[in-house]
Design a protein around this ligand. Structure first.
Ligand code: AMP
Length: 363
């Protein structure tokens, strides 16, 4: 098996960055690339991926189509991804043809909740107590050792609350495991938090690290509704959250932007919920409110360029526009500054269709 390719020099202006995945994150990366004079080539298995509309090149192909992946790799100076469920085999295959950032290892850890929590806990960083669940008996035994309320989560392919269920007894834990198709899972303690926050940060190829101000995140029906800066996470607590993200990024030898989702307890205790090895929905406000957006910063990191200034010049509230809410923006009485429509077709329930960021001068 040949070695993973590494980037030997910073990308020249005009070089092409390949992006696996063509959703809104890929689209906003492609938009940011325009101002940096970089080109993008989007690879997606969705025929009308929103990012195809913006990118310089587009490939519609399956993630196991080696011929199509090879042809894609030949056009790219470096490849990144915009969703964490890229099959590991695809990432490994591509990384032998073209430099890839973040690494397939970061992807592999982040896409499996057991590996992810074990990795974070192994660094001495607090997570909810958790147990691996491979069968119904494990689910019962795990419930007995955890608290009175727990959450069963599939190890893989969970997002926006999919593949997870709160359980209050051994029976419920075993039933949830079966309901999800008896696939590998974890059971974790229900964390009694006061609010949720995240650190969105970048690490460059030279090890430089730049974090954004941590937003407070509010969810509805398990989907992010709103991110607000400034958040109640301030001063030493914000610094502590940023140190957590930095330690994770360094331990992964991470290159690019990552999101670290945190629970904040009433006493300020920080518990890591998950790592997103990509630009993050809770960082969309950085487009309007920061010197450099998370999208530009990710491209800079991946390109081997120096990171830019993440400082925040405005207060901001970012709201997701979900499902058929997308039709209501036209009736807004205020000018829709900060409105980003993703160019998606059908507004299915729960589908992120757009977001809006409202800013005010920094308080
Ligand atoms: P996740 O898919 O792990 O990001 O979880 C989605 C949402 O479910 C989180 O943002 C929390 O609101 C909630 N949640 C997940 N895990 C826990 C937990 N261990 N305790 C309490 N709430 C949780």
């Amino acid at each position: 098996m040949s070695e993973a390719k590494s980037l030997t020099a910073p990308l020249e202006p005009g070089a092409t960055i390949g992006i696996l995945g063509g959703g809104q994150l890929g689209r906003m990366l492609a938009e940011a690339a325009i101002d940096l004079g970089l080109k993008t080539h989007i690879y997606s298995d969705e025929r009308d991926a929103p990012a195809f509309q913006i990118a310089d090149e587009a490939t519609y192909g399956r993630y196991d189509d080696e011929k199509a992946l090879e042809a894609f790799a030949r056009t790219c100076a470096v490849v990144t991804f915009e969703f964490e469920n890229v099959p590991t085999a695809t990432a490994e295959f591509l990384s032998r043809l073209v430099p890839m950032a973040p690494s397939p290892r970061a992807l592999q850890i982040a896409q499996d909740r057991f590996l992810e929590k074990s990795f974070v806990a192994g660094l001495g960083i607090a997570t909810a107590a958790f147990r691996d669940v491979a069968n119904e008996e494990d689910a019962r035994a795990a419930f007995r050792t955890l608290g009175a309320a727990a959450i069963l989560k599939t190890r893989r392919l969970g997002y926006d609350g999919k593949g997870q269920q709160k359980v209050r007894s051994e029976d419920e834990a075993a039933r949830a495991f079966v309901q999800f198709g008896a696939v590998p899972a974890i059971l974790e303690d229900f964390v009694d938090f006061s609010y949720e926050a995240s650190v969105v940060a970048a690490r460059g190829r030279d090890g430089a690290f730049a974090a954004y101000d941590p937003p407070k995140n509010e969810h509805e029906n398990h989907i992010l509704r709103r991110s607000t800066v400034p958040s109640p996470l301030q001063n030493e607590k914000a610094a502590e959250a940023i140190v957590i993200a930095r330690r994770i990024a360094e331990a992964l030898d991470y290159v690019g932007v990552l999101g670290v989702e945190l629970f904040v307890g009433a006493d300020g205790t920080l518990t890591v919920n998950e790592i997103a090895p990509r630009v993050h929905n809770s960082g969309h406000w950085t487009i309007e409110a920061c010197a450099t957006s998370q999208f530009a910063q990710h491209l800079r990191a991946v390109a081997g360029w120096p990171l830019d200034d993440p400082s925040r010049h405005s207060d901001a509230v970012m709201e997701n526009i979900i499902g058929d809410e997308v039709t209501s923006w036209m009736g807004m009485t205020e000018p829709p500054e900060g409105l980003h429509l993703y160019g998606k077709g059908e507004p299915r329930p729960g589908r992120k269709m757009a977001h809006i960021t409202r800013t005010k001068p920094r308080s």
